[in-house]
Design a protein around this ligand. Sequence first.
Ligand SMILES: *[C@@H]1O[C@H](CO)[C@@H](O)[C@H](O)[C@H]1NC(C)=O
Ligand SMILES: *[C@@H]1O[C@H](CO)[C@@H](O)[C@H](O)[C@H]1NC(C)=O
Ligand SMILES: *[C@@H]1O[C@H](CO)[C@@H](O)[C@H](O)[C@H]1NC(C)=O
Ligand SMILES: *[C@@H]1O[C@H](CO)[C@@H](O)[C@H](O)[C@H]1NC(C)=O
Length: 641
Amino acid sequence: MCGICCVVTLCSQRVIPDFLSEDTLHRLRRRGPDSSQQLIKTVSDLSYKCLFSGHVLHLRGLVTPQPLEDANNNVFLWNGEVFNGVHVGDLDNDTQVMFHHLTLCRSEEDILSLFSSLQGPWSFIYYQASRHSLWFGRDYFGRRSLLWQFSPEADSAFCLTSLSGYSEPGNQWQEVPASGIFKIDLKACAATKSLSLTLFPWKYWYTEKAAEETFINVLDQVSKDLPSHIHLVMNESKLCLRAPVIPLNTAVSEASGECPGTNSSNIIHVVSVETLQGFLAEEHKKKLVCQFIDVLNEAVKRRVLCLFRDQDQETREVPSMSHKKAHVAVLFSGGIDSMVIAALADKHVPLEEPIDLLNVAFMMKEQAKHKGTTKRHPNHEVQLDLLCPQETCQDLHAKSGAHLCCFDVPDRITGRAGLKELEAINPSRTWNFVEINVTLEELKKMRTQRINHLIYPLDTVLDDSIGCAIWFASRGEGFISSQGELKPYKSPAKVVLTGIGADEQLAGYSRHRVCFKKYGLEGLNKELEMELGRISSRNLGRDDRIIGDHGKEARFPFLDEDVVSFLNSLPVSEKADLTLPRGMGEKLLLRLAAKELGLTASTLLPKRALQFGSRIAKLESHREKASDTCSRLKLFSVGEL
Ligand SMILES: *[C@@H]1O[C@H](CO)[C@@H](O)[C@H](O)[C@H]1NC(C)=O
Ligand SMILES: *[C@@H]1O[C@H](CO)[C@@H](O)[C@H](O)[C@H]1NC(C)=O
Ligand SMILES: *[C@@H]1O[C@H](CO)[C@@H](O)[C@H](O)[C@H]1NC(C)=O
Ligand SMILES: *[C@@H]1O[C@H](CO)[C@@H](O)[C@H](O)[C@H]1NC(C)=O
């Protein structure tokens, strides 16, 4: 993961304005700790000036400092990973490879077809010197952050950056929409002293006839959030990018379309591993499950192998286990998504290398703890019962609070149980279960120092809870237990796998049940399609900024292009069956895959959102709605403090 930034002024006498504050530079450097460089291009006769700032986190090939520049003055900034589509050899760096391809592009079509063929997360900025063009954008799902800001004066400047943090009131930063890639003709803009952007939107390659309408919609969507002096146009020949995934299959078969409860004798009330086993006995289901495992397995494989492993580690005198450090970590709640990812990672991470399971817990309040034990939520009960083979569970009941540690939040309990399952699957692997305990004081301190700047420009209560939880989890600082003793541990893994995208595609949220009850499968399809469409602006930019802050890279196997295409190809009834009880019906296909991979109790855990599982949502204010603007995220300039 890298930090990239570009500031443009359309008036060469002006100094590069205050867009790029010391604070922002400092934060960019945290994302790219291995190399930082700046480059300024002044084109005096046309009176524009660009500053490029690149901060590199080294993950593969040789370290390639950014910005890259070639003999023809082209400049490239890349924050991405090419996982497929464009060949990158084992020892190559993908930045070089992408730059090389770009400089060979002779037309706009060439550039678009290059980005259409890519698989993997990316955001980029490319200055094409011969045409005085600046290109930039984010991948189809928006897995890498990129923000923009336009100065209020019509004539002057704008800035692109992986993250920001502070802006003058009335001059907001916004996430660059992941609706396509953009081009600015700097020569034309400098001449007219006004900014005009050309958008090349994503399009499914075979939906020709709907294209016109889609284009207009996308254009409207993007325009409405832009300041009024910024013009947004599309190329008159309607050039566009080819979406890297196929569209969602919205077919609803007669049989599966029937309303829940119409045939009550069919309804399964018992959530049990045997029931899952029963589904797997159906040949058709079993085949689908195997296909799903194959495609997800490949996605995980690419994500755990595509990174630099220290060669000389191998050649040290004793290649003993304890000398190996973890290169891969999983954001780990012990829930089904993280369990499946951990189990698949285990198949590909070299056996002598540990895998870090990052498990975050926020201190439960005393009285909340008390309530929690006397008036337990029914779902929580179900879960503990499910996990009950371990006596830990009995302990919990017996000691009812007295010895219940205040960090024993739901995700910690399921996390420990999940660890046992993984150890059973592969006892020779070192599984580092990293207990990350966060107190209210530390939460408050780090939020003000760092996290609120990373969440920005998002600002809701939900962004706060999830952003903070992911920040502490991905930092990886906690305790691991070794020989029955807890010792401090800091995860050195640069790659952090997360399960995001599973709920959106496999109907994992409880709102999906509500939607299904009200509007049936058609409604559910619409909801799922909408949720995947907005995942860039809801989650991914934010999570990239949060995790990147530790000099680590987030990777999302469920959002691999092949995984999404596979899931999109299936009718929704194959992915989930919301007539089945909670803990089974949602994400049914994934549960069956987990069962097939040898997982046990975790296959039947109901979804618990991170903010509740880690208890962060209970820590501060209780009366808020998730969608409210979060008062704790307010940013202040140093001057105001
Ligand atoms: C990056 O990789 C290219 C090959 O793709 C290589 O030629 C180049 O030397 C590498 N860059 C650096 C700075 O080592
Ligand atoms: C639109 O695309 C065509 C084909 O690549 C190109 O010739 C033309 O210059 C583009 N128009 C603008 C305004 O960029
Ligand atoms: C309900 O399901 C049972 C078992 O699958 C089947 O035998 C019965 O015919 C169904 N009843 C109706 C009304 O569809
Ligand atoms: C962290 O919390 C766990 C409970 O989940 C507890 O057992 C452990 O002792 C705590 N670690 C530290 C260092 O306080």
